[in-house]
Design a protein around this ligand. Structure first.
Ligand SMILES: Cc1ncc(COP(=O)(O)O)c(C=O)c1O
Length: 312
């Protein structure tokens, strides 16, 4: 890709040898311009953002503040559990109800709540009212917008009203940057200051920062790719529905459907070289290239006709 070539051509030995601001002033400017362009927010300046090595680092930085109780609404991003368990943190879970809505829960000011929006693994978006109900509780609320670019819907505007809200973003999804590790957080400066105290000082390398700057300057290149993924996603969703599956509406780069014997089906698919995930008794499938999606549907329908999986 041209972006990678251009960055490597400009990278000097001196760049690599030195420590750099993390983020550099130029990266901050590019991120701010991107945030403003895509969410029409005018109250955010450089004090409202910090960068992380993937948004998983953002999650672990926040968890390392050791809140009294973590709150999750499953089905949710399964790494929240792993990180919490690794750090020996207390968490409670309240499953989504009535078609994946957030249940009424009594939250406390010393809770830290994690909500992916759009949600992983279902792919759906929460309603503004249900999110605002959580923001109003006074608990620290982390809205994990890893898939923002597939919905263009953000809770950023609530940052003006609620200083207990932290938004996490990543370049791993729409910007296809998972191997390079880059994420960022947007929050009231008091949270950004706190995150910066908890994180390693130079947590994002200069090459990553340069690649992100170049990607943001050429962001229109990625928009075409997002559109293609969305078109493929809707085609795959229809094909799955024709097989009888009830597929959740998705604002991400994957689809999720419930099925009896999800685990068995995933194993059978794996034997045939197709990797999908079994999560919360359902299957999450990432949107691949057209031929990969076609192969998935063909293999799945063969398995179903042999009685290996039953649509629910
Ligand atoms: C909801 C959610 N948050 C965070 C992440 C982690 O992304 P990153 O690669 O930026 O660490 C993922 C990745 O799958 C995700 O789905």
């Amino acid at each position: 890709m041209d972006i990678i070539k251009r960055v490597l051509e400009n990278l000097t030995e001196e760049d690599i040898a030195r420590y750099h601001d993390t983020p550099t002033p130029e990266l901050k400017r590019c991120l701010l311009s991107y945030i403003k362009d895509t969410t029409r927010t005018d109250f955010i300046d450089e004090h409202w953002i910090t960068v992380t090595s993937g948004s998983d680092e953002g999650i672990t930085i926040l968890m390392s503040m050791r809140p009294k109780r973590l709150v999750f609404f499953p089905p949710t991003y399964f790494w929240y559990y792993t990180f919490a368990e690794n750090m020996n943190l207390h968490y409670e879970e309240f499953p989504l109800i009535n078609d994946m809505r957030i249940p009424e829960v009594e939250l406390r000011r010393d809770d830290m709540v994690f909500i992916p929006n759009p949600n992983n693994p279902t792919g759906h978006l929460f309603e503004e009212e249900e999110l605002e109900r959580i923001f109003k509780s006074g608990a620290t609320v982390v809205v994990d917008e890893a898939y923002f670019e597939f919905s263009w819907i953000s809770s950023i505007k609530y940052l003006k009203k609620y200083d207990n809200l932290i938004i996490l973003r990543t370049f791993s999804k729409a910007f296809a940057f998972a191997g390079q590790r880059f994420g960022y957080a947007i929050a009231h400066p008091k949270w950004i200051e706190k995150m910066e105290k908890f994180k390693q000082p130079y947590n994002v390398g200069i090459l990553t920062q340069m690649l992100v700057i170049e990607s943001l300057k050429n962001r229109w290149l990625f928009y075409g790719r997002i559109k293609e993924i969305e078109m493929e996603r809707e085609r795959l969703k229809e094909a799955l529905e024709r097989l009888g599956f009830n597929v959740f509406p998705s604002y991400t780069n994957f689809l999720y459907f419930k099925t009896k014997n999800a685990r068995g089906l995933v194993k059978e698919l794996e034997k045939r070289g197709i990797l999908v995930r079994e999560l919360w008794n359902g299957i999450r499938v990432s949107i691949g290239k057209k031929f990969e999606n076609d192969l998935f549907i063909k293999t799945l329908s063969e398995l179903i006709s042999r009685g290996e999986g039953v649509a629910e």
